[in-house]
Write a protein that binds this ligand. Structure first.
Ligand code: 13P
Length: 261
């Protein structure tokens, strides 16, 4: 931890385009059972749009929170196939993932669009989980910090309220590949991200922003990653689709939180 700053860890599951409704209900039931008795951790699931409403029901009475994987920047309008921030709020969402590398890669999302989306999300009362991270060629060329700096400076300005912002560092080469960044590699970038946030918001506000790590987080590596001072949680893909694995990662965060309190 930086000085006295305490950040509650957040473990977020990005379901991506997975699970039928029956499978989704099973998964949430398993997560609810698996996290009983764990405290000091915020838990978030981000199912596909289609499942948001039924999952809002499935998590009712549990500490699990609901998030979406994308949002449009307009509150309504002729945007076929899109979903707006007020609609997500209506469905029970508190969070939305924006700027995921798969959105950048397959749907050509970039800085100007993401700046609008992040502003719309936070103005509409959602917490934005804004994703940044380099591809392998960029890392190998020594450009990791430059890429992350551009991703952040394109979108995050002082008019984005820090209290509604969560950053997820997801090195693209570690997503779905089984190749995790080492705790040291992730920490180095995440400390850099915090220094950027400090220049935007001042140190006190930057110290309060959670910075998650994402990319092949599993029960076997979660504790080591979460032990890093600037890793405040995880954005989990593949492992969040298996209730026992997701619960094990949440448990690792709970142990970490208890140790530092
Ligand atoms: P994996 O955990 O499957 O590598 O996915 C990470 C991710 O993209 C989360 O948003």
């Amino acid at each position: 931890m930086d000085g006295e700053v305490m950040r509650t860890p957040l473990i977020a599951g990005n379901w991506k385009m997975h699970k039928t409704l029956t499978e989704a209900r099973e998964l949430v039931k398993g997560i609810r059972e698996g996290i009983e008795g764990i405290s000091g951790v915020e838990v978030l699931i981000c199912p596909p749009f289609q499942h948001l409403l039924p999952m809002a029901g499935a998590i009712d009475g549990s500490p699990i929170m609901l998030g979406a994987q994308n949002a449009h920047y307009e509150p309504q309008g002729a945007f076929t196939g899109e979903v707006s921030v007020p609609m997500l709020k209506d469905a029970g969402c508190t969070h939305v993932i924006l700027g995921h590398s798969e959105r950048r890669q397959y749907f050509a999302e970039g800085g100007p669009l993401l700046a609008k989306k992040v502003r719309a999300a936070v103005a509409g009362g959602l917490n934005a989980i804004f994703c940044v991270g380099e591809i392998l060629e960029e890392r190998e060329a020594g450009r990791t910090q430059a890429v992350v700096e551009r991703h952040i400076s394109d979108v995050i300005r002082a008019d984005v309220p820090a209290e509604r912002l969560i950053i997820a560092y997801e090195p693209v080469w570690a997503i779905g590949t089984g190749r995790t960044a080492t705790p040291g590699q992730a920490q180095e970038v995440q400390a850099f991200i915090r220094s950027m946030l400090a220049s935007t918001y001042g140190q006190a506000m930057a110290d309060a922003v959670r910075i998650l790590y994402g990319g092949s987080v599993k029960p076997s590596n979660a504790a080591d990653l979460l032990a890093q001072p600037d890793i405040d949680g995880a954005l989990v893909g593949g492992a969040c689709l298996v209730a026992a694995d997701f619960a094990a990662i949440i448990k690792a965060a709970g142990i970490r939180a208890a140790a530092s309190s």
